[in-house]
Ligand binder design. Structure first.
Ligand SMILES: NC(=O)c1ccc[n+]([C@@H]2O[C@H](COP(=O)([O-])OP(=O)(O)OC[C@H]3O[C@@H](n4cnc5c(N)ncnc54)[C@H](O)[C@@H]3O)[C@@H](O)[C@H]2O)c1
Length: 253
């Protein structure tokens, strides 16, 4: 899929978490194709190497920094390295997450803490760090990742859903707090996006057909549909849009 061109994204320093696979990988490529200076972090080194190669072939070669986002010191170091090597981060895409499913009875306190760390906590602290460089640069755009899972109710995803609902509240509060510094804060809530992981773990052909039957638009959602929304929210074309949750679910919820 080809995306709209956004001149304001040319040379913009964009930091993307979880760019080693799935929607994040598609966004790394989509931003690179716009001529943006992209840095991304992930724990998946092998996946990231392929993304660097693919993105480099269509745009500016992205900077990959290996980082486990549950380690906040490592996240801060990666964002500082990005600033030193590419310039001040003015677009932050808080994408990384883990949707591991667990029965209510099985969830331990450690599981809860880990799910909050991988799905919510890093988004807040990445925003805190990015806001410094955005303020100094005169503005920026933060795009957080929620999910329709918390709106529809998906069994065995209660902790993930709690984190993803919290992302919307956090987005609204940060949008109020940072608007005076010309920093916009929005979030994207994807529906069922057919990434490699979703197909491998949760969606065989029959599951996919059932999901499509729940949507207004009867076709599978691919990662490019979400990347389109992220490009728009990062670009100046969405300059008066903040505190918004953009749902990309083909009308499923
Ligand atoms: N795919 C969907 O159907 C769907 C639906 C709703 C919401 N979302 C949201 O969209 C975003 C992207 O989803 P996706 O389907 O591409 O996910 P994915 O699981 O395919 O990819 C997530 C990426 O994040 C990385 N990651 C995970 N834990 C990490 C950690 N601790 N440190 C660094 N990197 C880490 C993974 O290695 C992976 O590359 C997520 O926020 C997800 O919650 C996706």
């Amino acid at each position: 899929m080809s995306h709209a061109r956004y001149p304001s994204l040319h040379d913009r320093v964009v930091f993307i978490s979880g760019g080693g696979s799935g929607i994040g990988a598609t966004m790394v490529e989509a931003f690179a194709a716009q001529g943006a200076s992209v840095a991304f972090v992930d724990i998946d080194k092998e996946g990231a190497a392929k993304v660097v190669e693919r993105a480099g072939a269509i745009g500016q070669k992205p900077l990959f920094i290996e980082c486990d986002l549950t380690n906040l010191a490592a996240l801060e170091a990666a964002m500082e390295e990005t600033g030193q090597r590419l310039g001040p981060i003015t677009a932050l895409i808080n994408n990384a997450a883990n949707d591991t499913r667990r029965d209510l009875a099985e969830v331990t306190e450690a599981d809860w803490d880990w799910a909050m760390a991988v799905n919510l906590k890093h988004q807040f602290f990445a925003a805190q760090i990015a806001a410094r460089s955005m303020r100094a640069a005169g503005g920026g755009s933060i795009v957080n990742f929620s999910s329709v899972a918390w709106m529809t109710g998906v069994p065995k995803l209660s902790v993930y859903s709690a984190a993803k609902a919290a992302v919307v509240g956090m987005t609204n509060s940060l949008a109020r707090e940072l608007g005076g510094d010309n920093i916009r804060v929005n979030c994207i809530a994807p529906g069922a996006v057919m990434t490699e992981r979703q197909r491998r773990l949760w969606f065989n052909d029959a599951d996919l057909a059932k999901m499509i039957a729940r949507q207004c638009l009867p076709r599978a959602i691919d990662a490019d549909a979400v990347a389109s929304a992220a490009l728009f929210l990062a670009a100046d074309d969405s300059g008066m849009i903040t505190k918004h949750c953009l749902v990309v679910d083909a009308g499923m919820r």
